[in-house]
Write a protein that binds this ligand. Structure first.
Ligand code: MSK
Length: 661
């Protein structure tokens, strides 16, 4: 990896332009602000006002005590659990809003939204035990589905609905170890209670509740958000789009949607093609309206409409520095407040839209689902009105990269056999045969603490070279998209021969863009379907699959990593460990979690070691499943010899498939 700040050459170009013009960005602030070594390794406690207490020194693990007597492992565990709670709260609050939007649509309170995917609604209704079909009105089904989801937030006892989507064996592990989530809000509130001064002091006990909370995120908040978004706006299918800063047009009004929530962005997509809006833009001297995205709101509209993306988290300030952004709407999560200040150096209007999030110096146009299109038009007009104020300043970019996105789990199933015979059988068979060595979920943020996007790109290239199929989400997808990696050509040029053969046969890229960060839930659904299909592991744990978040920075990423670990997936995070100060907490998260859940959470700053660890996990899982040993460059259908008992086990597990799409 070279010494540039971003692996995205175009981003680097803008960073250099910014430095030459005295602009401050996260890259420059990263150089100035070194992380506190005590806090960053989990050795600082500030849950009460007797401290903050620092747990430092040679024997800190055994000897250091806070004023209350708390030990380093207690404090490191507490800090991690608070991160999980915050991440879970973020995804789940987004999901709650989606559930109330679905309810409002079902009750006919919002004229601008309709249920676009009735088939998905019925699929979800079936899982939730809601009656559908037989002449039942779609809105009645949608109302019951919304109410079932809303119950999951306030549920006090029992289990959230979607835990039953996991393979039976995975569910049994959750019950055995007491992590089956009761209710989303309950687990978050309890996490905050347990980690406050003088409550839970046992690191293992604390971390167990952390996993219970994380499962509320994965099988609750994230999965609910994904499913409702599909129901309301359509389940994604592959679309062609473009990525990079070159998506901004010199002669059109450039409006960017940034953040995480899809509802207002969907309305903006709709109204930008209205003749009156286009005429309005023309009346201001522009040739038309060009909509683009940033971060995960970008992923939502990219997946469903092919709206181009200017990239992920670290690209947001740089987008403004092109000088071409007339307005940028921001809703919630991963929005740098610095963009309001930076926008003053250009003509860009920064518009906050969520009742939950304001930024000093930004305009506020509050989203209200009852007047969604009206508000979307108001925002488009603000962008149009600002077009004549554009100056010639800024670092203009023209290069763009093609992107194929839109791989929902339903589409992945469909592409392996069509509407009636779609299944995960071909994927399982390709893994069994050794054409595909394993699957990696490459996800999470990009981060200026390292060469931004560099580790994503390194791992993406190396993994596919090693015949590993990648599913990606969030800013991991953006990093691959702005590199031009999300195309079938990437398979032809860079994938190992086995993976290339599979990609060519189906016509897919070797990196499948699954959506926004909440859409990591699609990976849980895929893993469950693979377990149900048979021939590999009969639970999520034990699959030749690994999760990697090489440049994570958000608390949401920690919640995601922990729900994958609790579900049975070994997870590797980049950077220094936020619990690195405590060997005991590190041991629990790797060894103890592996024993109980067949998942673990590692922190490894070295990209080469991340790669080696991921491949090692995959190869060990293949060996445990008695699959043929992976050999680079050699693929085929030969299997290791199995005895009759092993074959009978596999046949028993291979249940007949019931297709969705
Ligand atoms: S936006 S959480 S920087 S992936 Fe979902 Fe990207 Fe990480 Fe935010």
């Amino acid at each position: 990896m070279d010494s540039t700040k971003s692996a995205d050459k175009l981003a680097e170009q803008i960073i250099e332009w910014g430095e030459a013009h005295g602009m401050e960005t996260c890259f420059e602030r990263t150089e100035r602000l070194k992380p506190c070594p005590i806090g960053s390794s989990g050795a600082c406690c500030k849950v009460c006002h007797m401290g903050p207490c620092r747990f430092v020194g040679k024997n800190a693990e055994e000897e250091a005590r806070g004023i209350c007597g708390a030990t380093l492992p207690t404090v490191a565990a507490r800090n991690l659990v608070r991160m999980i709670a915050a991440g879970t709260a973020a995804h789940s609050d987004h999901a709650r809003d989606m559930a109330f939007t679905l309810l409002a649509v079902a009750n006919g309170e919002t004229k601008d939204f309709q249920i676009k995917d009735v088939r998905k609604l019925y699929r979800v209704a079936e899982i939730l035990g809601v009656e559908f079909g037989n002449g039942r009105a779609v809105n009645d089904v949608a109302r019951d589905v919304a109410l079932k989801f809303i119950e999951d937030f306030g549920r006090q006892k029992g289990e959230i609905n979607y835990l039953k989507r996991a393979p039976k064996k995975t569910q049994e592990r959750w019950k055995k170890w007491g992590v089956a989530t009761r209710g989303i809000d309950r687990e978050v509130a309890e996490a905050m209670h347990r980690t406050s001064i003088g409550v839970d002091h046992d690191p293992d006990h604390l971390l167990t509740h952390g996993l219970r909370t994380a499962l509320a995120d994965g099988w609750g908040g994230c999965m609910i958000a994904t499913d409702i978004t599909d129901i309301l706006f359509g389940t994604p299918r592959p679309v062609k789009a473009e990525a990079s800063f070159g998506i901004f047009k010199e002669d059109e009004v450039n409006l960017v949607v940034h953040g995480h929530e899809p509802s207002l962005a969907e309305m903006i997509v709709d109204v930008t093609s209205e003749p009156e809006m286009i005429a309005y833009a023309k009346s201001k001297g522009a040739k038309g309206i060009n909509l683009g995205g940033m971060c995960c709101t970008a992923n939502e509209v990219l997946m469903r409409h092919g709206i181009p993306t200017a990239g992920g988290f670290t690209n947001q300030e740089l987008g403004i520095m092109t000088g071409l952004v007339d307005a940028i709407t921001v809703d919630v999560q991963c929005i740098m407040p610095s963009i309001a200040e930076l926008s003053k150096k250009f003509h860009t209007k920064v518009i906050t839209t969520s009742e939950k999030a304001k930024i000093p110096g930004a305009m506020h146009v509050e989203y209200d689902e009852h007047r969604a299109k009206e508000i979307a038009r108001e925002i488009v007009k603000i962008a149009c009105d600002n077009f004549p104020n554009r100056t010639t300043g800024g670092s203009h970019i023209t290069d763009r990269f093609p992107v194929i996105a839109g791989f929902s789990h339903e589409y992945i199933e469909y592409m392996q056999g069509g509407s009636w015979r779609g299944s995960f059988r071909p994927l399982n068979d390709a893994i069994i045969a050794g054409r595909i060595r394993g699957v990696v979920g490459l996800a999470g943020c990009d981060n200026p603490r390292v060469q931004s996007q560099g580790i994503h790109r390194f791992l993406a290239t190396e993994l596919i070279k090693n015949d590993v199929l990648i599913v990606s989400t969030g800013c991991g997808s953006a990093a691959c998209g702005t590199a031009g990696f999300l195309t079938p050509e990437m398979a032809l040029e860079n994938a190992g021969p086995g993976l290339r053969e599979v990609c060519e046969a189906i016509g897919i890229p070797p990196i499948l863009h699954l959506g926004a960060c909440v859409d990591n839930s699609r990976i849980l659904t895929i893993l469950s379907a693979m377990a149900e299909e048979g021939g590999l592991s009969d639970e999520i744990g034990g699959m030749p699959g690994v999760g990697i978040a090489p440049e994570w920075m958000s608390e949401k990423a920690i919640a995601i990593g922990c729900y994958f670990a609790a579900s049975g997936v070994p997870v590797i995070f980049g950077g220094e460990s936020p619990v690195g100060a405590s060997q005991e907490v590190t041991r629990i998260m790797t060894e103890v979690w592996m024993e109980r859940f067949r998942g673990a959470m590692h922190f490894e700053p070295d990209p080469e070691k991340m790669l080696a660890l991921a491949l090692d996990y995959i190869d060990k899982a293949r060996a445990a499943l008695k699959l043929r040993k992976y050999e680079p460059g050699r693929f085929g259908t030969e299997r290791v010899l199995m005895d009759m008992a092993a074959r009978r086990e596999i046949e028993k597990a291979a249940k007949p498939h019931i297709g969705i799409y």
